[in-house]
Ligand binder design. Structure first.
Ligand SMILES: [Zn+2]
Length: 245
């Protein structure tokens, strides 16, 4: 799969080339003047529906609920159920087609998982703390324990995040991150680390092999994405959105 940017109504979407082969829909959204507190469900649904209707490929169902957790850089993962609130949660597992989940990002790494056998998916939020805590591996493990997911079947999408080029951390943080994988030789350069690849390596070392990595660096591509670092702690966020179809 290849990520690409598509404009829709002056908004930029990150899409995948062959999502039509899957029975789900995944997008990364960027909205110009948009943040988590201002999102309107009707706007969101309208944009998505407009895009897919234009392509004439799928009829996007109107989601009954949009679920967004309160992200705190934890490694806590929940399965979406009838609850409406998910405090201190940085990973959500979705098993139904009535709900849409979205998580917010600005430099941190979006991890999107799909198990095409059991037809369930998940989104996790991996900044350096989540990555150090291996939230991606823990998400896959929870899918395995709760739903019998085989890691070999999982399709993983690693979304736009701050890149090796721009992400300098302390030696302590670097060493903590690199200690989470067996082979870390190509994952850092001096005090710069590659969060996307560290997450990918963790997953590969735990049996997840179908992984696509979005090439964009949120700091270098600040015209496309929000960057917490580049924009001096901006409150704006882009989103990883998942709905099963
Ligand atoms: Zn960069």
């Amino acid at each position: 799969m290849i990520f690409f940017v598509r404009h829709l109504q002056k908004k930029k979407l990150i899409l995948l080339t062959d999502f039509t082969n899957l029975c789900y829909i995944f997008n990364m959204f960027y909205f110009e003047d948009f943040n988590g507190t201002k999102i309107l469900k009707s706007d969101f649904i309208q944009d998505v529906t407009a895009y897919f209707t234009t392509r004439g490929e799928v009829c996007f169902p109107v989601s009954e609920r949009i679920i967004t957790p309160v992200q705190t850089h934890s490694d806590h993962i929940e399965v979406v159920d009838l609850k409406t609130e998910y405090p201190e949660t940085d990973g959500l597992i979705l098993t139904n087609s009535n709900d849409t989940i979205y998580l917010k990002f600005a430099d941190c790494t979006p991890l999107i998982f799909y198990d095409p056998v059991n037809k369930i998916g998940a989104v996790s939020h991996a900044g350096w703390r989540g990555t150090a805590a291996k939230i991606g591996v823990k998400t896959v493990e929870k899918m395995r324990v709760n739903f019998g997911t085989n890691p070999n079947n999982i399709i993983t999408l690693i979304g736009p995040a701050i890149g090796l080029c721009c992400y300098e951390v302390s030696e302590e943080v670097r060493d903590k991150l690199l200690s989470t994988v067996q082979n870390s030789t190509d994952l850092y350069k001096e005090r710069n680390v590659d969060l996307k690849k560290i997450n990918a390596r963790q997953l590969e070392e735990n049996g997840v092999n179908k992984i696509d990595i979005c090439p964009y660096c949120t700091s270098c591509c600040n015209d496309l994405f929000y960057s917490y670092r580049k924009e001096n702690g901006t409150q704006n966020r882009h989103f990883a959105v998942l709905q099963l179809h």
